[in-house]
Design a protein around this ligand. Structure first.
Ligand code: CA
Length: 497
């Protein structure tokens, strides 16, 4: 039998049936939650629009005993759960040396090159690329802090630029060697006021250029991102793009943080990003956003969004609920997409930084005991935002206020590690258009597609959501062996409709 003609016939028949069936199919993938969230799909200009997540703390959490589950209570690798729910890119922060002289971790995940390599390789296993977020510091870099790594202290500028180049190349080599698929590199984190200990605005662009050169030399296909914050300071943000151009900084992506509590309107966000895209032809994206699904704390460390803080609600568009959390993510994606084809995507910040010991409902001695247990884990594994050991490097902030997760109420997992319904936003914003049976998404239904289902079922390969939806040919909401059989029967000319 002519394979091509058969395939055409199968495709046509299934495509026709697909339009009417799609609405019936999708809810079946939504899991077992009683109350589903609703998400209006977005017509993305960029077919590969990034629906990313930063989960840098995950290894320190797992070391502390945290486990993750899908919404049906099945334990699974966090990265698989994220991929199954439509997350398609992972971001990881990297600190040069987040340890004190005795080898004690500063916390915040103790995210060094080794952690990034592990995270990147696990992401790759589930089809997700990696954004490597170099802070060029030994601990948190943000608008207020851009402290030099210990080992670069006292270096002259030229020596520092050489060190940055060598470090960047070496780190990327280690991360890729572990199996990560590095798609993008961020040269500095929220670099409003400096980078790598350099705060002179004549010298900062030289640091960017040194880092960018190292990335280009390593692999010219990797996107280079610069990252700032405070997009609500509209003219200042536009000026940054002008300043980068005047200094001939080589980069591909202009990224900003966007936390709706502090960072102005979505319309302003779109305007700022559109200016950079239209004026300089750069990709633009949101490198960090997040939103609270509850105002409850669950680990004994105060949250950045709580009953007492950021809760006036006057200028917030969404309620603090799973639906509100999903709505915020969709709205930020939509604001970036509104820029046009240069709108590259959105990363959610630390969407899995949950408690290492649930304090919900506890009081008195039981609460105190649980918090003390958590403190011990934060110190031992670095799974809180900072451990006391960070005080040696950063005495004024981490040294005073070290502790646990300040964003456990902004995660997509409840305190037990179970996925929230809101996690589905990453999948539901996309309109899938599967050719049923075309599991490898090459445009044809062949025996290889039946084989792919079989290999997926024994964990030899992973199928992304688009492939899973194409594989569910009997449309029962699951990919199972019946689908492989059905594809074989299709190829043999049987019509099981
Ligand atoms: Ca907390």
């Amino acid at each position: 039998m002519n394979k091509k003609r058969l395939i055409t016939r199968i495709s046509a028949a299934f495509s026709a049936a697909l339009i009417t069936l799609l609405c019936a199919v999708l809810p079946a993938f939504a899991g077992g939650g009683e109350k589903e969230i609703t998400v209006e799909p977005i017509a993305f200009h960029n077919a590969d629009f990034i629906r990313g997540m930063d989960v840098s703390s995950v290894i320190s959490l797992e070391n502390s005993g945290v486990k993750f589950y899908d919404e049906n209570g099945r334990q699974a690798d966090l990265f698989r759960i994220l991929a199954d729910h439509g997350v398609n890119y992972i971001r990881v922060r990297v600190w040069n040396d987040p340890y004190d002289g005795a080898g004690k971790g500063y916390g915040g995940g103790n995210n060094d090159i080794e952690k990034a390599a592990q995270i990147g390789s696990r992401a790759a296993k589930y089809g997700m690329k990696l954004l490597v977020d170099f802070h060029y510091s030994d601990f948190w870099a943000d608008p207020l802090k851009q402290q030099s790594p210990k080992s670069w202290a006292g270096l002259y500028l030229d020596e520092r630029l050489s060190a940055i180049k060598e470090y960047t190349a070496s780190a990327l080599d280690s991360i890729r060697s572990a199996g990560a698929e590095i798609g993008m590199v961020q040269i500095g984190n929220e670099t409003n006021s400096g980078i790598a200990g350099v705060t002179n605005f004549d010298d900062i662009p030289k640091v960017f250029s040194a880092a960018a050169k190292a990335v280009r030399d390593f692999d010219p296909n990797i996107l280079i991102a610069v990252h700032f914050t405070n997009p609500e300071q509209t003219s200042t943000m536009k000026w940054r793009a002008d300043w980068l151009a005047q200094n001939n900084v080589d980069y591909d992506v202009f990224a900003t943080s966007y936390y709706p509590y502090w960072h102005g309107s979505l319309e302003n966000l779109t305007e700022v990003l559109r200016y950079v895209a239209d004026t300089y032809g750069k990709y633009v994206m949101v490198a960090e956003t997040s939103y609270a699904y509850t105002l409850e704390d669950s680990d004994g460390h105060p949250n950045t969004v709580s009953e007492w803080d950021n809760n006036s609600g006057d200028d917030l568009l969404w309620e603090f609920s799973e639906q509100g959390q999903a709505d915020e993510v969709r709205a930020v994606m939509n604001a970036v997409n509104n820029v046009g084809e240069k709108g590259l995507g959105v990363f959610y910040w630390e969407g899995a930084w949950i408690t290492v010991g649930d304090t919900t409902g506890l009081s008195g001695d039981a609460y105190t005991q649980r918090v003390n247990d958590n403190k011990a884990l934060w110190e031992q594994y670095g799974c809180g935002w900072a451990a006391s050991f960070a005080g040696a490097y950063e005495p004024d902030d981490a040294g005073q206020y070290f502790g646990g997760s300040a964003v456990d109420n902004q995660a997509f997992f409840d305190p037990s590690g179970k996925a929230l319904r809101s996690l589905w936003v990453f999948d539901r914003v996309v309109t899938y258009d599967p050719v049923l049976g075309d599991v490898d998404l090459d445009g044809e239904v062949t025996i290889l597609d039946a084989t792919a289902v079989q290999r997926y079922l024994v964990d030899l390969i992973y199928l992304k959501p688009a492939a899973q939806k194409a594989a569910d040919v009997n449309r029962n909401g699951e990919v199972d062996i019946l689908d492989a059989t059905r594809i074989q029967r299709m190829l043999a000319g049987f019509n099981d409709e």
